[in-house]
Ligand binder design. Structure first.
Ligand code: HAM
Length: 426
């Protein structure tokens, strides 16, 4: 009895499930390269301090959810819970001298010790996009439009974009002062979780899912009312530009996001088609992060899309893989050598060629070809090897006829012609 299992909250992605992942990733990569966004890869393992300083000690992510351990050199290491802090670290470390304006993306596993449920895992995947060095409202709009268009390109329906402005540090401090006074007065009416946040991270209380707390919060001071004229202007301009692009949005003055680095624009995209874990994309501006982490003063904005949630939402048409073009049935010592040689030649074309390695009977191999719905079959046995010639058979179900051709192993011109006429032309 084998009781070795994957860890709770982690998932094996098996070949048939990965068809959809790969199709989704392909569409995403096309969209990113069309927008001229470049890839960055940072380590999965980082110094714990990076996330404490980058994301904030009082956040749930840092205080409750990180996979942190001492390595053999007694250094505290953490499996990255998100990508933004790592990107900032990498660019600060590199000096950012070559390119002060960068549009970059990353895709890969992230780790958070949360209670697993549909759309929530401990090892999950994100696509992140970060615009570094960009300050204008237009960069906020391009980032939001990019996320919106990626989701649209994947045919995802029932999308809702929510936006808010968290202002700058001064706006937030002014708000915090008044909000803390209000919290003290209303402390006893809040849920326990929110009470505990008063001293650690009061802003997060605004995001509480507790119904009673939500009702009480209706009457609390609103961060939005503490925005300076400049911050408000910026926010109004964001709304104007989104309206111009006809990207529908809803204002949510309680949207604060779970990470401390945000300033000004914060946004989330949810889908009605997801259950309780409805947020498929979250992002915002983080103008102070680079400076706070010891880098130059660098404005920036970005987002991350949860790929597991994206896969749940993406349509079934993305679950289909490309059909096998040629299946090579082969048996016998010499025949198998010819078959291997031929498969290598055929793979120089843009064709999916499967070489049967089972050594099973011809009929079993042919059954497999049939099951795969291969467009063509080549059969190579002792006789074909002796004659130095193989037969390729095309199944044309639409015309309910099969086209066969005998081709000598060394006649590349004939092979080329046949492939061009029958497979490559479609
Ligand atoms: P976040 O809101 O923490 O933002 O995560 C972004 C997205 O990752 C979520 O909306 C969700 O789709 C997905 N996600 C988060 N946790 C889990 C989980 N446990 N299981 C499955 N999916 C999950 C960030 O991480 C920021 N770094 C985004 C950002 C980039 N802001 C600026 N630049």
């Amino acid at each position: 009895m084998n009781n070795l299992k994957n860890l709770r909250g982690t998932v094996d992605l098996l070949p048939n499930q990965l068809i959809k992942w790969q199709n989704v990733e392909k569409i995403i990569l096309e969209q990113l390269s069309r927008a001229s966004i470049k890839e960055i890869r940072t380590p999965i393992l980082e110094m714990t301090e990076l996330f404490i300083r980058g994301i904030g000690e009082g956040t749930d992510v840092v205080s409750k959810e990180m996979y942190t351990f001492l390595d053999r050199g007694e250094r505290s290491c953490t499996l990255r819970p998100e990508g933004t802090a790592s990107v900032a670290r990498a660019l600060i470390q590199e000096g950012m001298t070559s390119n002060p304006l960068q549009k970059i993306w990353y895709m890969g596993p992230m780790f958070r010790y949360e209670r697993p449920q549909a759309g929530r895992q401990r090892q999950f995947h994100q696509l992140g996009v970060e615009f570094i060095g960009y300050e204008s409202v237009r960069s906020d709009v391009e980032i939001i439009a990019l996320a919106w268009d990626i989701l649209g390109k994947l045919g995802i329906k029932e999308l809702n974009l929510e936006i808010n402005s968290l202002g700058d540090i001064t706006d937030r401090l002014n708000f915090q002062e008044s909000f803390l006074k209000w919290l003290e007065r209303n402390k006893d009416s809040l849920d326990l979780d929110s009470q505990n946040r008063i001293n650690k991270n009061p802003l997060r209380i605004l995001d509480s899912k507790n119904i009673q707390t939500k009702n009480i919060l209706e009457n609390s001071p609103k961060l939005f009312n503490f925005l300076s004229e400049k911050s408000l202007e910026r926010y109004l301009e964001l709304k104007n530009q989104l309206e111009f692009l006809k990207i529908p949005f809803k204002e949510n003055f309680n949207l604060v996001r779970g990470l401390d680095y945000y300033t000004h624009t914060a946004f989330e995209i949810t889908s009605g088609a997801l259950g309780s874990q409805a947020t498929v994309c979250g992002g915002g501006r983080y103008d102070n992060l680079f400076k706070d982490m010891g880098g130059k003063d660098t404005p920036a904005i970005g987002f991350a899309i949860g790929l597991e949630r994206l896969i749940l939402l993406a349509g079934q048409e993305l679950d289909i893989s490309r059909r096998t073009d040629i299946y090579i049935v082969n048996q016998g010592l010499l025949a198998e050598n010819f078959a291997t040689d031929l498969s290598r030649k055929l793979r120089k074309y843009d064709l999916i060629v499967e070489l049967d390695l089972s050594g099973a009977s011809f009929s079993k191999q042919l059954k497999k070809a049939n099951k795969l719905n291969s467009k063509c079959v080549i059969v190579i046995g002792d006789q074909e090897a002796a004659n130095k010639e193989f037969v390729i058979r095309l199944f044309d179900k639409e015309k309910s006829k099969n086209t066969e051709e005998a081709i000598p192993f060394d006649n590349y011109t004939k092979l080329d012609q046949w492939l061009n006429n029958n497979l490559l032309s479609n």
